[in-house]
Design a protein around this ligand. Structure first.
Ligand SMILES: Cc1cc2nc3c(=O)[nH]c(=O)nc-3n(C[C@H](O)[C@H](O)[C@H](O)COP(=O)(O)OP(=O)(O)OC[C@H]3O[C@@H](n4cnc5c(N)ncnc54)[C@H](O)[C@@H]3O)c2cc1C
Length: 562
């Protein structure tokens, strides 16, 4: 028999094992997993903590309700699974691994013909001092999720602190507040949440969503240390000396590849700490493949190595590793990094580079911001959608998109990521075909609009102004909304109100070279007015991206120089 050992029994490892078992019955496949559980949906842990999923084992069930445990893998797929077993050594010259069975503390050796490393990732530990305690943990494993849930169920968690405002921190805040009514604080050292995948003006919408649910968000705030009070409960001490009393502290400071075992075996590790693999998931050592969160991947936008911890990619990589062992023709060429999450009722998605990331990579960057309806405005379920597109100025090559809304969002990011992976431009966005039906979409998709906005900005010189640039705009602001709308939510009394229907009558009122910015509720009226004025010879015209609706969504005040 051809012996295949897989280290790690989650997305990448189990996918590879299942694929191999389907490809041939000549393989003797063994998965070795150090945890007691295998093949559960890590991504569902926040839902489990929030009580939306009651029983942990629901996360490990097949579509027809059977738990994917050792017995299932053996009976259905002919795969042997060793749980509670940790691989400690890979001996590459002898093609064998050494593992310890934690159930009886026995050390065993197994030989392989092919080995797949699918060891995943680990949570970054805090750099500040704290002592180990059951009420201080990351939120990265089922045991951590279970510990918290048990404490919450016993009514032991009235106040919680989440250190780190990334995805897991933000997702977790919903779990703590919604079901358990826990008084929750997020502490983030940067001046914006979700900075890895969102620019601050878009992250501000997420921040507002979270704040409106009574989560206390502390930005630009650093933890000095965690101490314990006389009841052995954690007290988070901030750099400015302030103290936050709590019953539970989560640290979510990012994750990194679990590549120590591979490194010790002499397998090549990249600059980001992940295992280096080729398009077939082969490592630098013969007969050894690696897949999932433990590897670095080629970023298809930058062409450079990158690190993404995503269940969607891990599954695909696992399949490619299996295909490569079986000499089937498939490859994993890289990824653009497409994420999607839901926090409270808002879906938050991003694909590719933020404006900041793109600038750091040396691109000559342009961007546009907009607000749209996710379906026709007459539809009773219509929801707003906000987005920022980042592109490269010469050629209008797409670099990234951030899209947020309460309605249909993921369908757009999924299509966009495909365009991004294929080096497409803003022109391709304009020409994109999509399915239109009023219950789900508008006749013109936000992606079509974004493409037009780029071309209008670059070729037709109608500047789209980012709300964060408004305080630096030195010119005239014209509010095009109807008087009733302005009464409901006016920008500022420093803004000249001229409804769109009257704008032509005002065409001679201003100097043609004067900077003028049009404002409206979302943007289309502003663009219309901009084109009218430009046709009358004005040459310094811009409009506010996202309009007043952006300020409402971000909970911000319109801020202009006076
Ligand atoms: C709370 C949370 C929410 C998430 N949400 C999403 C989401 O919404 N969308 C998304 O795309 N991704 C999400 N992810 C990321 C996703 O879960 C991971 O990308 C995916 O699980 C990676 O799969 P993997 O098999 O590569 O690694 P892992 O899931 O990390 O599995 C690796 C396994 O290897 C085992 N192992 C490691 N070393 C050894 C050893 N020496 N011996 C034996 N076993 C070992 C580990 O115990 C672990 O079980 C989320 C992650 C978390 C924690």
């Amino acid at each position: 028999m051809f012996k295949i050992i897989i280290i790690g029994g989650m997305a990448a490892g189990c996918k590879a094992a299942a694929r191999l078992s389907r490809l041939s019955s000549d393989y003797q496949i063994t998965i070795i997993e150090r945890n007691p559980f295998i093949s559960y949906g890590n991504c569902g842990l926040p839902l489990y903590a929030a009580g939306e999923i009651d029983d942990f084992y629901e996360l490990a069930k097949t579509g027809y309700g059977v738990i994917r445990d050792e017995k299932y893998f053996l009976d259905v797929k002919g795969i042997k699974v060793l749980t509670n077993c940790e691989v400690e050594v890979i001996n590459t010259s002898q093609c064998e691994i050494q593992y310890t069975d934690r159930k009886n503390n026995e050390t065993n050796i197994l030989q392989y013909n092919s080995l797949i490393i699918a060891t995943g990732s680990k949570a970054v530990k805090p750099g500040f001092p704290y002592k180990s305690s059951p009420c201080i943990s990351s939120f990265h494993s089922p045991l951590e999720a279970k510990n918290f849930k048990e404490a919450a169920q016993k009514g032991k968690v009235g106040k919680a602190v989440i250190v780190g405002g990334g995805f897991i921190g933000c997702e977790l805040s919903e779990a703590l507040v919604s079901l358990w009514g826990i008084e929750t604080t997020i502490i983030e050292k940067e001046d914006s949440l979700l900075l890895k995948s969102f620019d601050p003006e878009i992250a501000a919408i997420v921040e507002n969503t979270i704040r409106l649910k009574d989560v206390n968000v502390m930005l630009s705030t650093e933890v000095e240390k965690i101490e314990f009070d006389e009841n052995e409960l954690p007290v988070v001490i901030l750099k400015d000396g302030a103290q936050i009393q709590s019953d539970y502290v989560f640290y979510n400071l990012g994750i990194k590849p679990e590549s120590t075992l591979a490194e010790k075996a002499g397998i090549k590790i990249g600059t980001l700490g992940g295992i280096v693999v080729d398009e077939n998931m082969k490592t630098s050592i013969p007969n050894i493949w690696a897949a999932g969160d433990c590897v670095e991947v080629n970023n298809l936008v930058t062409g450079k190595p990158d690190y993404f911890s995503l269940g969607s990619l891990s599954n695909r990589m696992g399949r490619v590793a299996a295909d490569s062992i079986a000499e089937e023709n498939s490859s994993f060429k890289g990824a653009v990094g497409t994420i999607s999450l839901k926090i409270f009722n808002t879906t938050i998605t991003a694909s590719g580079l933020t404006e900041k990331n793109a600038k750091d990579c040396g691109y000559n960057v342009g961007s546009v911001i907009g607000a749209w309806s996710d379906r026709p405005d007459y539809h009773p379920d219509v929801k707003k959608l906000f987005g920022k597109l980042v592109y490269e100025k010469p050629g209008f090559k797409l670099l990234g998109l951030q899209l947020i809304g309460e309605g249909e969002v993921t369908r757009y990011i999924d299509v966009f990521s495909e365009l991004l992976a294929n080096n497409q431009t803003a022109f391709d966005l304009i020409n994109l075909e999509h399915g239109y039906t009023p219950p789900h979409s508008s006749p013109i998709s936000p992606l079509n609009y974004l493409g037009s906005m780029v071309i209008n900005q670059e070729k037709n010189k109608v500047k789209n102004i980012n709300p964060n640039q408004v305080p630096f705009f030195d010119g005239i602001f014209i509010d095009l909304r109807e008087p009733l709308e302005i009464e409901a939510a006016g920008f500022s009394n420093k803004v000249i109100p001229i409804p769109l229907s009257e704008i032509r009558a005002h065409r001679d009122k201003f100097e043609h070279s004067q900077p003028i910015m049009f404002l409206c509720e979302r943007g289309p009226r502003s663009y219309e007015a901009a084109r009218i004025f430009m046709n009358y010879g004005y040459n310094n015209i811009s409009y506010l991206g996202g309009g007043n609706s952006y300020y409402k969504a971000a909970g911000k005040k319109f801020d202009i120089k006076v």
